[in-house]
Design a protein around this ligand. Sequence first.
Ligand code: SF4
Length: 435
Amino acid sequence: MEKTFYIETFGCQMNAHDSEKVVGTLLHEGFAQVEAPDQANYIFFNTCSIRDKAEQKVFNRLQHFKNSGKGKILAVIGCVAQQEGEKIFDRAPHVSLVAGSASYTKLPEMLVQLEAGNRRVTGLSLETDQTFDTPFTSRDNPYRGWITIIEGCDKSCAYCVVPFTRGPERSRTSASVIEEASRLAGLGYSEIQLLGQNVNSYRDPSPAGWDFATLLDQVGRVAGIRRVRFTTSHPRDFVKPIVDAIEANPNLCNHVHLPVQSGSSRVLEAMQRLYTREEYMDRIEWMRGARRPIAITSDIIVGFPGETEKDLEATLDLLDEVKYDSIFSFKYSRRPNTAALALGDQISEEEKTRRIVIVQERQRAIQMRQNAELLGEVEELLVEGRYESTGQWVGRTTRNRNLTFSSSASDLLGTYVNVRVTRSGPNALMGELVN
Ligand code: SF4
């Protein structure tokens, strides 16, 4: 029987990159990837459990395959797999494989068990000092290559399930990161994005002992690499040498994503975020003081238990003060095992919706003004796509903004071009090619 697989991915960039590794491993094991589940005999769901809604989506998808998945092997991998473990077999008895991200190195062995007819295979151990760097990664984006530098998280943010689903922190050696960056450069990639739950706490386990700022700088010095980004940061571990590295090395992108979560120190303490608003603002000042303009983006959670109107005001005030280039905003979601479950004063869904709308409207007005300030500026873009409907090209600036422009050139994909910004909106920039 031909071995075919279909994979659906939910969640963050870490998950998307994990899927690239899983796909690469499956292809190496002789599987063929197909575009639709009905063409596949193995169906993989790479899952996210950061919010209840994301988790429910996975179980809805599994339900859908209860009958139509007959004769196929269903696999649940990723965060929901790690969190729910063998309980998934009870809720969805038609599932055959449940494996968390720390077990992906064992995927070939688990496939052998499935092929041998075992219908209850698990990979749920978090007892690993291995990071999942496989040579078989199959990359979706031909221009920007993701590299995982650290897995897991040692923080205990009160709302977050990640330490339970991805385990403790494990950093890769600097040599293996540099080797992967060099390999990608050799394949024609010019942009690298370093990934981890908290890249700032990277600690090279080899005798070289590099910290994150050193690693970042060195990846930016790999021949052929023109841009380096990183996601995501924790303000507590975000140190001045990271900003110094960005200032000193033009290949490091002018963009930092620094999730604040709340503008109220009282809420930050309840969230166990380990910094105050003032300490967070110190980091913002480091970036604002840099000679290159660094775009700053963030994550905001509204409706954390006990958040008052005054706390919400503090968050809105923070948005005005920092003037983020963009934010991701979320309603607090109760997650299993987390400390926040024990907190009283839960906020209703309706109220959370009211608050998120207020936050998003405030941020929209800020972005409208921020983007208007870019009118007339010339930005260098890495061209990453073309809209079929309009024929326009789209690329990303070093400050992580998408910019759309027209050109009669037959193929600009993967090239760097200069574009003058001619139109702006809260979420979009348009421009014209500059010779
Ligand atoms: S730093 Fe906090 S929010 Fe980020 S993954 Fe770790 S526990 Fe979760």
